[in-house]
Design a protein around this ligand. Structure first.
Ligand code: HEM
Length: 136
């Protein structure tokens, strides 16, 4: 592993997307797999298909074993810029936002108050009519 790691942006990594120069992002780390293309047990097509992109999901979906995980260090070239959110984080944030009932809560409380107010008005009106009938 490189002692002082370089930080890359998505556009920098995406430039390395050929069989002569193939980089991947896996779990926010950047790997240069150019020399590994011909040796990858899963074939070069899958690596080239993910060239210059975030291949974290594909890497995990395959269920790579510890051998593959240990090999990662060999190809490590740096880190992704932590200020730039990954695809997964953006999806999580969006889901988290939609799960929050922040708009629904005040609305449900205020609609409950309206029901109570209307019910009270009907009761008061009904009692009023009842007394008026008694007086008349
Ligand atoms: C630097 C990144 C990668 C390394 C070091 C690596 C390494 C390996 C190794 C050692 C194997 C043999 C099985 C194992 O030990 O788990 C393997 C299998 C495989 N890899 Fe990767 N891999 C990498 C990235 C990827 C990516 C990004 C994909 C998909 C887009 C992928 C798809 C596969 C597939 C489909 C197999 C299964 C082959 C089979 O069982 O027939 N690999 N990989």
């Amino acid at each position: 592993m490189v002692a002082s790691s370089k930080v890359f942006t998505h556009s920098e990594v995406s430039a390395h997307n050929t069989s002569q120069d193939c980089w991947l992002i896996i779990n926010a780390k950047v790997y240069d797999v150019t020399s590994f293309l011909n040796d990858h047990p899963g074939g070069d097509e899958v690596l080239l298909g993910a060239a210059g992109k975030d291949a974290s999901e594909e890497f995990e979906d395959v269920g790579h074993g510890s051998a593959a995980r240990l090999m990662l260090d060999e190809f490590y070239v740096g880190e992704m810029d932590p200020s730039i959110k990954s695809k997964v984080e953006i999806v999580d944030a969006t889901l988290g936002e939609s799960k929050k009932p922040k708009d629904k809560l005040p609305q449900s409380i205020s609609s409950k108050f309206i029901y109570i107010a209307v019910a009270l008005m009907i009761i008061v009106f009904g009692v009023g009519i009842h007394f008026l009938n008694k007086i008349a």
